[in-house]
Design a protein around this ligand. Sequence first.
Ligand SMILES: [Zn+2]
Length: 156
Amino acid sequence: MRICPNCGNNVDDGVAFCKNCGCNIMNMGAAPQQPMYQPYQDPYDHTNEFSAQDVSDNKIFAMLPYLLGTIGIIISLLAINKSEYIAFHIRQSLKMTIVSILLSILTVVSAITIIGPLVCLICTAILSVIRIICFFRVCAGKSMEPPIVCKLGFLR
Ligand SMILES: [Zn+2]
């Protein structure tokens, strides 16, 4: 026994047309089409935007900016050769470098208070952890914007 996909009437096996509505069951298939499953997409995850070739060729230059900071950015800039993948990771590392420069300035400016430099120090430590996270994400083949820093919303 099958169920007509058009009207829901029970249809005997081996019968091509539904007795109730005349619908051709053989052509319509057993189950109605399910809507495509949409996996959750992280707006900060850009992994799928880069070709596998680009990633495998340039992985080391995606890692360097996170590992070596400014020096790594300069080395990768020299190696960039139109690679969208390298450019993306240079931008992400640059974001963190800008934040750390701002933190250094803030440390000096807030030096008259006790709490200011302390807060800056904690932020700098968090930033270092974010850098390590980013590095391991590149190792894992992922291209994601750095956590927390991406929320600041500059340099996509
Ligand atoms: Zn029917």
